[in-house]
Design a protein around this ligand. Sequence first.
Ligand SMILES: *Cc1c(COP(=O)(O)O)cnc(C)c1O
Length: 384
Amino acid sequence: MSHSKPGFATRAIHAGQSPDPVTGAVNVPIYASSTYVQEEIGHHKGYEYSRVSNPTRTALEQNLAALEGGASGHVFGSGMAAITALCTMMKTGDHVVCSDNMYGGTTRLFNQVLVNYGLEFTYVDTSVAENVKRALRPQTKLVHIETPTNPMMGLTDIRAVADICHAHKVDLSVDNTFMSPYFQQPIALGADIVMHSTTKFLNGHSDGLGGVLIGTRPEHAETFAFVQKCTGGILSPFECWLLLRGVKTLPVRMHQHDENGRAVATWLSQQKKVQKVFYPGLADHPQHALACKQMTGFGSMISFDLGSQDAANRLLKSVTLCALAESLGGVETLISHPATMTHAAIGVEGRRKLGITDGLVRISVGIEDVQDILADLEQALAKV
Ligand SMILES: *Cc1c(COP(=O)(O)O)cnc(C)c1O
């Protein structure tokens, strides 16, 4: 058999990692060292100081770049630190076009911190690619999108937006946190940069925060490495090791997340007390065809509307297996109330514009036995 690029699961386990040359340890050690001895002035083994680079981090960065099909990876202490680093590519007066329904923390960073440094942001409904084109200005340097969006699960056509960006010499960055590289490969669809909160599916076990920027061109690698060195918001060796460990099972976890997600979404859509279900895998999702085209699975993020905050509260108070908590992407099922939790900060008007009602519940379906998840939702829904 001829052999080209190793498959995704093989890369998840092996990319960036080879047995330790000194001991043969199959796992990359946690290099808990801030500094590295030098033989003589200017002679070292490629590592000088761990803010700049660390072997555990290098392994992780190469691994994540291989999974996204990028040229470089740089990890940061959280998803927000990664987005902050991304924005250091810009200068005062530069303009960014982004999705109007982004992760709340990203909008807060843009509107409450980065505007103070003279960056300008325009928010558009990127599910209509033409809106991106209309919002471009001569000063536009970056288009930043999230697909699917949180929590409304709206999609953006990555290929269509990438074509618009490239016709205008603007970089496209995609926050790929919800799908993970297993189900969505933005670079193959034309994106220039991929960003993740590794805190979610990439880690998968809700035991560490992190963020990554995957670049496609040499200047991305240079800029992101320089930001790591200058601003210092890097991921620690221990957290890098946890993430390397988590990523090894990304394919099997995502497979199960997807299977459970489809089952829960289908079940929810059959319940009388559930007014609407938002999940790209359902045939009635307005962008189901696009989901089938640009994703290889639908994942396990689902939102559904119970009609009122009272109904949502009754459900959330009654679940026992599903944990009422922010965050997503872990092996355990997490359930949350966007209006009072993740999207409280954008206010009533902001939520109204995005369609986030007081009765909306978001669930990150874990990989427990799906009949147990369904049984928990069923008994909780009975109390609504
Ligand atoms: C969680 C999240 C972030 C922020 O990441 P942190 O690791 O919490 O800093 C950014 N984008 C998306 C889509 C997220 O879900």
